[in-house]
Each structure stands twice: as C-alpha cells, then as structure tokens.
Write a protein that binds this ligand. Structure first.
Ligand SMILES: *Cc1c(COP(=O)(O)O)cnc(C)c1O
Length: 482
C-alpha cells in the first residue's frame, strides 16, 4: 500500500500531460515553448515539494496552468516601464531625467529603423565624422569653436581630464570637490582619468593666490566645477571664471569648467532662476566646458564637450573617445533637440523639461482640484486628501537652492502610526499598473502634480488602488503572485 503522500505525488500531472492541454497551447503561442516548459516544470516541482513536506498541493490541471500563466506574465512583463513622476523633482536621475521632445523621439525612431549617414559624408561619398551632425548646433548655441559628444557628462569630464592632464596635476578648489549621486566624485574621476588632484583653498573660501601658488611644472590644467547639488553660503569666496581664465592663460594652461547641468538658454527669460550657460562660460574665457545632455538641456543622455578647437581636436583623438562615444539614436535625438533651441519661443513650448519647469502654480493648483475627488475616493477608507502648496526641485543638481512654487495633494493617514501608514500608501501607489512615485514627508504621502501630464490615465487607474488593511501593522506583507 502506498502512503497518502505517495498517492498524491502520483496524481500530480506530468509536464507532457499539461503541455497537451488547450490552455498550454495558448501559453506556447504567446511565450514560446521553452519558457512554458520551464515554468510548468517549476510549478510541478513546487507541488511535489509541498507534498513532501505534508503541505496541501494543488493537483487541478486548470489551476496549475493558471498559475503558470500568471507567472509567465509577471516574468515577461517589461522591467523598464513608465511611471508617474510625482516626486516634485523634475529632472529625477532615478526616474530617467529629461523627457524628450516629440521631434527628438521621431528623429530617434528614424535612426533606429533606417540606415543613416552616421559616419558618411554625403557630399564627398567618403567616411564622415559622427559628431559633425551636432557640432554646428553646439558651436552656434555656445559660441565655442568646436564640440564633441560622449556618453554622459561623467564621460566628458573623464575624457577631457585624461586627454589634457594625464599623469599631471589639475588645480581645483576644495569648495568644488563634489559628489553627485554617490557614484560620481570629482576626486575619484580625476584619479581614474590618471590625473593628480591639486586641491587649493578651503571648503568655503578660495582665492586667486591659492591657484597661482599651486601652479608648478607638473600642472596641466585649472579646473572649476559648478557647485551643482549644494550651495556654500555665508563667509565664502571663490574666484570668478574670468579671473581663473586669466591665470590659466598667463601660465599657458587650459581652463576646464564642468558645468554639470548647463542650460543653453537664459532661464531668467522664462521666469526661472539663473543657471550658468556654456555660452557665458566660454565668453568668460573657459577653454573646455563639459555639461549633460539630459539635465536642463532636456535631450537624450549624453555629455557635451565644447571649447577651443585645438583642445577639442586633441580630446577627439583620445582612443577612449571610441569607448565613450554615443550611438546614432542618441545623436539623432540630440540633433533634433538642439534644433528646437534655434527659436526660444518654440523651445519653451516643445521642450518638455522647460514646459514642466515653467508650469505656473495656479495651473498646477487647478489640476489638483480636478484630480482631488478621484484620489480622495481611492483612499477614503484610510486617509484624508487635501490640496497643498509645495515646492518642486529642478533636480539633477541644477539650481540646488531655488525651489519652484507648485501644488499637490497630501494624503494623511488616519492610522496611529502615521509614518508607517504613509509608507504603506506609497507602496499601494507604486503597485498601480503605471506606478505612481510620490514622497513621504511628515507622516503624509505627498503627490506634487507639476509633472502630471497624463491626467486621464492617472485618474483611470486609481480605482485599482489597494492600500493594505492594517495600516498600524509594522511590516507590510509581501506582494502575492497572481
Ligand atoms: C550631473 C553632473 C555630472 C555628471 O553628469 P552625468 O551626465 O550624470 O554623467 C558631473 N558634474 C556635475 C557638476 C554634474 O552636475
């Protein structure tokens, strides 16, 4: 006589048996045979293990295949997917920074799906230069004599330093030895670029004589790094770019400026705080300026290096340029983005980054009134929803001190442990089909509506919001499959 567990084990259907059933055929058509076989095998193994540990196993063929179906759907759903960025940070590095203008998207699709003259000179029918597609625009928009493009601004800084200061010293103020988002630190990038960092001055004050006193036979460059994600206030002194440029020129050294964000337009024109532009920095005498393509510029991820023609030519010849170059898709998107800047009216309308940054508080507030009823209804059981004034950040290190007046919705839980309860509400919003990312602050979950574009899509999915039952319980339970 077999014991009951052994009997049950025998009753578990075989992989082949399940594969022959109609629902399995549907799964194979959708996901391909190998994935389906693998999933069925895994699910059956689990049932067997359950039986061996005296657990209750499901032996019903339909429900086994339903489990497989749910698992396959989860395993094959896109990992990189759209979310609603309601964090209040417009250029959020973790949420992909700039949203590209329509023109850039179309140019990128063309480059992805057609052969293009990436490195092909159509006039001469000979080999061309990939950066040529954007160099004229960058020269025009920054006043620089030459320009090149690499993978991101970190690569731009690396390549400039590695080319111009390999095994030599670079003079930088101690007030500018910045770290950006953990992985990018000026001292580290300098070491990897093969340069010796020559720190001068103090955290809050650096003077011209600090720079001149540090220059010696091993000095290769003077560098200035834009304090992009912090501000030093109070008793401070730094040396203006014009003066640093003069010092560099007097010692026949290149003057390199890492602007970080760098915007191609005068932001004050759009009612935003001033942010240095590459054009100003070049006019102030910088020889090489580096900045990002996907921060305030509002284009694809890339790093731009503009400046003196001889130095840019040298940087272009660095063998590492090949390792750090951008692809045709990025170039196409960048070219289309730069073209928008030819017309300041058009760029404000068509560049999402600028449009989001310049949204008026009254307009965002009106939107908050429109979406409030749906949000309030979705959390009615556990929290109160109210419209609040809040402050958005530009993000990605730009304009660290200035905040943009905005409006949003605060969800205040009625549970006793408000912090945990607010976090549980945040979890529920993140679990929506298009995850909604807000922030938890002072025991409330805050949604800043500055970047809410698809209002209808946002409202439509709120009916599916499921906040867990006991908001006072400490640890949230793990999400179930299915
Ligand atoms: C953001 C930033 C960088 C890095 O730029 P990525 O495009 O993210 O590589 C470097 N320097 C400064 C000053 C920055 O603000």
């Amino acid at each position: 006589m077999l014991n009951p567990a052994a009997t049950a084990r025998r009753a578990i259907p075989s992989v082949d048996r399940l594969l022959k059933l109609d629902p399995a055929g549907v799964l194979i058509a959708e996901y391909g045979r190998p994935l389906v076989v693998e999933t069925i095998r895994a699910v059956l193994d689990e049932q067997r293990a359950l039986l061996n540990s005296d657990g209750a196993a499901s032996l019903d063929e339909d429900s086994l295949l339903a489990t497989c179906s749910a698992r396959l759907r989860a395993a094959t759903s896109a990992s990189l997917k759209p979310v609603f960025n309601l964090t209040g940070t417009v250029l959020h590095t973790n949420l992909g920074r700039a949203l590209l203008p329509r023109a850039a998207v179309e140019a990128a699709v063309t480059a992805m799906t057609r052969a293009v003259n990436l490195e092909y000179d159509l006039d001469g029918g000979a080999r061309g230069e990939r950066d040529s597609h954007v160099e004229a625009w960058l020269k025009r928009l920054t006043g620089a004599a030459a320009a090149l493009v690499v993978n991101n601004n970190a690569a731009a800084v690396y390549l400039a330093l590695n080319t111009l200061a390999l095994r030599r010293e670079v003079v930088v103020s101690r007030g500018e030895l910045i770290e950006i988002g953990g992985a990018f630190r000026i001292p580290d990038i300098m070491a990897r670029a093969g340069c010796r960092l020559r720190e001068v001055g103090t955290t809050n004050r650096t003077h011209a004589k600090d720079y001149t006193g540090a220059i010696n036979a091993r000095t290769a460059a003077i560098m200035k790094v834009h304090a992009s994600n912090y501000a030093i206030q109070g008793f401070t002194a730094s040396v203006p770019e014009t003066e640093l440029a003069a010092i560099a020129r007097a010692h026949e050294l290149p003057f390199i400026v890492d602007l970080g964000s760098g915007t191609l337009v005068d932001l004050e024109r759009y009612g935003l705080p001033h942010e240095p532009t590459p054009r100003e920095t070049i006019a102030n005498g910088a020889d090489v300026v580096t900045f990002s393509g996907d921060k305030l510029l509002g284009g694809p991820q890339c790093g731009l290096i503009v400046g003196n023609a001889a130095l840019i030519a040298k940087i272009r010849k660095n063998p590492m340029k090949r390792a750090l170059r951008v692809d045709k898709v990025t170039l196409a998107a960048l070219e289309a983005t730069l073209r928008l800047y030819a017309d300041p009216e058009r760029v404000a309308r068509e560049l999402p980054t600028l449009r989001l940054l310049t949204r008026a508080q009254v307009e965002i507030e009106a939107q908050a009134r429109r979406v409030l009823p749906a949000i309030a209804a979705a959390v009615a059981r556990c929290a109160d929803a109210q419209i609040i004034a809040c402050a958005s950040q530009i993000g990605s290190g730009a304009l660290p001190v200035d905040a943009l007046p905005s409006a949003g919705i605060a969800l205040t839980p009625r549970a006793k442990r408000r912090g945990t309860a607010a976090a549980a509400i945040a979890d529920a919003f993140r679990a929506l089909p298009v995850p909604v990312i807000g922030r938890v602050k002072d025991g409330a979950f805050i949604l800043d509506l500055r970047c809410l574009d698809d209002e209808a899509g946002f409202i439509a999915q709120l009916a599916r919001l499921k906040v867990r039952e006991n908001l006072d319980a400490k640890t949230p339970r793990r999400k179930e499959e299915h």
